[in-house]
Structures are given as structure tokens and as C-alpha cells.
Design a binder for this molecule. Structure first.
Ligand code: ZN
Length: 261
């Protein structure tokens, strides 16, 4: 964790974070194809920033926290080698299985030393990541942070749950949504779905923030069809450091109310 002791740990139960992206629409489709990938040497931020308000006095790791304290923690997550390949269950709708296949391949192509591997599984009960082609819960639970944008040809979201107050576990399965906004036969829709599926898989692999650069796949309005140099640099940085969170099988907590202490 990169937060100081005073910034760490608070609250109880589970917090939920949503990472949303909207693909480019019909008018932007040509521009999408024209955007090049610039040479990049740096990486963008990928850490999840967790903000909790302490609901009752508590002690975590020897540090005392008081009711009402606001705690900020900065968390990184990479799937550990022991958890690979990441098991993905995908809903069979709107070409989503093929898009997920392509998304897995897209990330695999740029991670040539096998930092990440993923496979599609047939049983959602055994999945680390669940990808659906339907909208998420309409009412965000308390503690939700969701990045969103205006409707376009499609949109996607990734909900991530972290244990609290310890902030050591990432509850699985991670839930991903990829949703068409235009009719499927609209020429903008299918490329948008494919692009946003790969973008959301990036979130599920641990890229928990958006790039500020439109040339990156992890930009909040993804306009490229594959991980860019910046995306590659960033995910390699993430996977070659110590992770703060470890994946742990969680409950079905969508949406999740603040639990009773
Ligand atoms: Zn996103």
C-alpha cells in the first residue's frame, strides 16, 4: 500500500467501485481508426484509491481509528501467478464470447512473458471474472465510485469489491458489463463492443484507473482497438511489483449495502 499509516484502514464490510467506459459513437468511428499510437516511455496511474469513513472505533494492524475519521488508501492489484489463468465466464449474447476471446488475445499479445493469462470457463460458479451483456444494478450501493460518461454506441463497466477495514482482499468474481447503446446492426456498435470489452478486461486485470491519453485503450472513451505502448508499459509496471490485494472468493454482493458492524 502506498498510503501512510494514518491513511490506512477504516470502516467495515465491503466497498464497491465501478469503472465505466463508453466507446466511441458513430460520428467518431472514422477518427478512431485514424488515431495512431505515439511512442510512450511512461505509465499512467492504475491504483485504486479507496475512501472510507470509520463507522465505529476500531484498531487495525495496531493503528487506532475513531468513528467519523476519513481514511484514504491506495491499492494495487495484480493477479498472482498462482491464480493464473484468470477464469472468465461470459454471457452468450451479442457476440460477447468472441469479443472476450479477442480481448484475452489482445492483452496476451502484449504480455509476452506470460505475466497474465486468462481463459473462458463454462461454469460461472468457478469464475474469477463474470462478463455480462446487460446493465449493472441501477442503484449504486453506498460507497460506490463509478466513472461514467455520456451514452454512445456502447458502454461498459467493471465493479470491483475490496474487503474493509483491512483492504487486503479483492473479492471475486469481478463483474464486468458491456452493453450496446445503438442497435446491433448499426456499423458503430460491434467495433465499440469489441473495443470496450478489451478495455474492461484491462480493468479486471488490475488497471483500476483511466489513462489521460486518448491514444491508450484505457482512456475513458477508448478509441483504439488494442493496448497501446502506454497501456503495455503500465500493465508491465503493475505486474512487476508487489500487489496490495489478493483475490479471494467473495459473496454475491451486487449491490451491497453497508454491513452492520
Ligand atoms: Zn474504464
Amino acid at each position: 500500500m502506498s498510503g501512510t499509516a494514518a491513511q490506512r484502514h477504516s470502516g467495515t464490510g465491503v466497498r464497491r467501485f465501478g469503472l465505466w467506459a463508453v466507446g466511441c459513437g458513430l460520428l467518431a468511428l472514422v477518427a478512431c481508426n485514424e488515431i495512431g499510437v505515439p511512442f510512450r516511455t511512461g505509465f499512467y496511474g492504475y491504483s485504486m484509491i479507496v475512501t472510507d469513513v470509520v463507522v465505529q472505533d476500531t484498531v487495525v494492524d495496531g493503528v487506532e481509528y475513531f468513528t467519523g475519521d476519513t481514511i484514504i488508501d491506495t491499492l494495487d492489484f495484480a493477479w498472482p501467478p498462482s491464480a493464473l489463468p484468470v477464469r472468465i465466464w461470459v454471457q452468450d449474447t451479442a457476440g460477447l464470447p468472441a469479443d472476450v476471446d479477442a480481448a484475452i488475445q489482445g492483452w496476451k499479445n502484449v504480455l509476452q512473458y506470460g505475466e497474465v493469462a486468462a481463459t473462458i470457463v463454462g461454469d460461472s460458479m468457478n469464475a474469477d471474472v463474470i462478463i455480462r451483456g446487460s446493465a449493472p444494478a441501477p442503484s449504486p450501493a453506498a460507497g460506490v465510485r463509478r466513472l461514467s460518461a455520456a451514452p454512445a454506441a456502447c458502454e461498459g463497466g467493471t465493479d470491483v469489491f475490496v474487503s474493509a477495514p483491512d483492504h487486503t482482499k479483492l473479492w471475486t468474481p469481478i463483474r464486468v458489463y458491456v452493453i450496446p447503446k445503438f442497435p446491433l446492426d448499426d456499423p458503430a456498435t460491434r467495433p465499440c463492443l469489441a473495443r470496450v470489452t478489451m478495455h474492461e478486461l484491462g480493468h479486471a486485470l488490475g488497471l483500476f484507473r483511466h489513462s489521460p491519453d486518448p491514444a491508450d485503450l484505457m482512456y475513458s472513451f477508448p478509441d483504439v482497438d488494442a493496448p497501446s505502448e502506454g497501456d503495455v508499459t503500465t500493465i508491465l509496471e503493475l505486474y512487476h511489483q508487489v500487489s496490495d490485494l489478493r483475490p479471494s472468493l467473495g459473496r454475491d454482493t451486487v449491490p451491497v449495502p453497508a454491513p452492520t458492524p
